[in-house]
Design a protein around this ligand. Structure first.
Ligand code: ADP
Length: 640
């Protein structure tokens, strides 16, 4: 393993700039993507709002049309927009009068028509008898005479008084008859009240007085029903008093019609406004107001010195104004709610009455707001997916390029280490060659024994150089795939023995003993002798190089399961587990080599693996730091 990290100096700068070049555009793309999503959303929301606004405008125009149509019909007498059963009424308000159409749609009116006189003078003599003389019979006779009068109002007044005097005279039957007759008199008013109403009420009171409960209930129910059907034009106070009384007598009767009650209240309010605040109905106007529990729409159209007013409840509004525009709204995917109706939600837009000139505040929104947002969401997901994909591709690309770069740097580093190591390997034998050559040439008188030793040393250095050069050339050829192997079957025992013995000679001067054990000398292996020698030599060379203080190396040859196993064992430094795989890679040197400054090139084991693989075998290591190492070459036994 090289001492320096794989990337340093220039390479680190290169990697940093590479990362920057990739990272900056990637960040820019992500930023742009996020901005794109934001803008897309904003745009979509704006488009939605614009779509909604323009649809809302058309809708409001629709409302405007239906309202104007109603307003035009307000003035006409024959094409009144209101039907008898509607929760609406048209009021024609004039300086001193107010009239309702249809009349029955109001329970009571705000103002009564001016009353004709009762011709009270006619009853003066009867009344004197009744109140001054307290002669009830005589006064009854006086009144009875007047019941035949040709004037309906005198007749009505006479009947009322006759009944009263008869009651006082305790002539209940006559009183009852008089009231009954009075009840049949329509179109006559007594002190401003319809004569028949006065008669019927008085009859009920009399029935109560005489204790005719059943007749009273029946009579009171009929009176109540007629009051509710607005049979008479009454003002509010009269109506309230009469209806309360009738309800008390009648007992169990249906509740008062709230629609008509509200309409009547509205009419009363309008009449009051007309009189108290004359400016209110000077110009055409539209408004909404609440009467009782009912929201009413009020349309006013000035005519001459008066004003025509339509008061309309929700049912009328729904039929006349909302149905069509709402159908249009539905078709356009809009939802409309009147402010008073409720049903509006936060995502709806308020269109105030003041701005639209409609009587109501409207809320307009999308019928399906969730779907609109879904559409935006879908686009967003698409953009996000695209972005994620892009970033992933850039990331993956960057990862692979970085990995390739780091490998290249590592290899470059290993190669430069290798060149340094090779130079170093050369330097040692060259130096000794040079020294011995100098010694020999500089000392012609050296004793023969000494010369022989020097020559021997020169020869060893030369041999070492030769082996080194051969080894490098071989490695080069292997790398280029140009190293041919000529496999020949050879008996493994003698071959291993001869290599070990050669090596023993080389190693002996350094004090090493190579202990060889051959268990099966006869087994044959198919090998290229020269290459096999180099492989085994490399293992032996390593064994003594990394022996530390130990001086014993053992070599054992066994045949196991039709395989020849050659084990080279030392008792040296050992190899940590983490390096067991990597030391077989070219140029890779172990921790021990650096720690103990043991020279080498890092190609020895790579060559061993290459050679053994070419013979169909394998090489393995068993080792632990401080425990020594065992390298095993395993080759198939040759079949021939
Ligand atoms: P070199 O010996 O030139 O460094 P090799 O390829 O022969 O290269 O060996 C690779 C590495 O394996 C060595 O650097 C060393 O760390 C480790 N190694 C090889 N053989 C042994 C051994 N017998 N004992 C301890 N370490 C060894």
């Amino acid at each position: 393993m090289p001492a320096r990290p794989a990337w340093s100096g220039t390479s680190r700068r290169l990697i940093v700039s590479f990362v920057l070049v990739l990272l900056v555009p990637a960040i820019a793309v992500v930023w742009l993507g996020v901005r794109l999503i934001e803008q897309d959303r904003a745009l979509a929301v704006r488009q939605l709002r614009e779509r909604r606004d323009s649809a809302a405008d058309r809708l409001i125009a629709g409302f405007e049309q239906t309202l104007s149509a109603t307003e035009r019909r307000l003035a006409s007498t024959d094409a009144l927009p209101v039907h008898p059963d509607d929760d609406a009424v048209v009021l024609r308000v004039r300086p001193a009068s107010i009239a309702a159409f249809p009349k029955d749609n109001l329970l009571y009116v705000p103002a009564l028509p001016l009353d004709a006189s009762d011709a009270a003078d006619a009853f003066a003599s009867g009344e004197t008898l009744e109140f001054v003389a307290k002669d009830y019979r005589a006064s009854a006779d006086a009144y009875r005479g007047l019941t035949a009068s040709s004037s309906p109002s005198i007749r009505a007044g006479a009947l009322l008084r006759l009944a009263r005097a008869s009651r006082k005279a305790n002539r209940m039957d006559e009183a009852l008859r008089a009231y009954e007759e009075l009840s049949r008199m329509t179109d006559v008013r007594l002190s401003g009240l319809p004569a028949d109403l006065v008669g019927r009420r008085a009859k009920c009171a009399l029935l109560e007085e005489v204790g005719r409960a059943e007749d009273l209930t029946q009579e009171a129910r009929a009176l109540h029903a007629d009051l509710m059907a607005a049979r008479w034009t009454l003002d509010r106070g009269t109506f309230a008093a009469y209806i309360d009384q009738a309800r008390r007598w009648a007992g169990n009767v249906p509740p008062i019609d709230t629609d008509r009650e509200a309409l009547s209240q509205a009419a009363a309010w309008i009449w009051q406004q007309w009189n108290d605040t004359p400016g209110t109905f000077k110009s055409a106007s539209r408004r909404a107001a609440r009467f009782g529990k009912i929201n009413m729409t009020i349309l006013a159209q000035p005519v001459g010195d008066g004003v025509d007013v339509l008061v309309a409840g929700p049912r009328f509004g729904q039929r006349e104004w909302f149905e069509t525009p709402r159908a249009i709204a539905d078709a356009r995917g809009l939802r409309v709610a009147l402010a008073d109706e409720g049903g509006q939600s936060a995502d709806m837009e308020r269109r105030a009455a003041a701005a639209t000139r409609l009587p109501w505040d409207l809320y307009i929104g999308s019928a399906d707001a969730a779907a609109d947002l879904d559409e935006i969401g879908a686009r967003r997901t698409l953009i996000l997916t695209g972005l994620t994909l892009l970033v992933s591709i850039v990331g993956a690309g960057a990862y692979f390029i970085l990995r390739a770069m780091s490998r290249e740097f590592a290899v470059a580093q290993l190669q430069s280490d290798f060149v340094a190591a090779v130079s170093h390997e050369f330097r040692t034998p060259l130096t000794s060659l040079r020294q011995f050559t100098d010694l020999l040439s500089g000392n012609p008188d050296l004793p023969a024994a000494k010369r022989a030793t020097f020559y021997e040393a020169q020869s060893r250095a030369t041999e070492r150089l030769r082996r080194l050069v051969e080894s490098l050339l071989d490695f080069g050829r292997m790398e280029a795939g140009a190293r041919p192997y000529r496999l020949e079957p050879r008996p493994a025992g003698p071959l291993v023995r001869s290599i070990v013995e050669d090596f023993q000679r080389d190693a002996a001067p350094a004090g090493f003993t190579i202990d060889l054990t051959i268990h099966d000398a006869g087994a044959e292996i198919a090998v290229d002798t020269e290459a096999f020698t180099r492989a085994l030599w490399n293992l032996l060379d390593n064994a003594i190089k990394y022996s530390g203080s130990s001086r014993l190396v053992t070599v054992a040859l066994d045949v196991e399961d039709a395989r020849v196993v050659v084990r080279v064992r030392d008792k040296g430094l050992g190899i940590p587990r983490s390096e067991h795989e990597r030391i077989f890679e070219k140029f890779v040197r172990g921790e021990a080599s650096r720690a103990h400054r043991i020279s080498g090139t890092g190609i020895g084991l790579a060559m061993v693996r290459h050679i053994v693989a070419a013979f169909g075998g394998s090489v393995a290591v068993e080792s632990a730091p401080g425990q020594g190492s065992t390298f095993s070459i395993v080759l198939p036994v040759s079949s021939t």
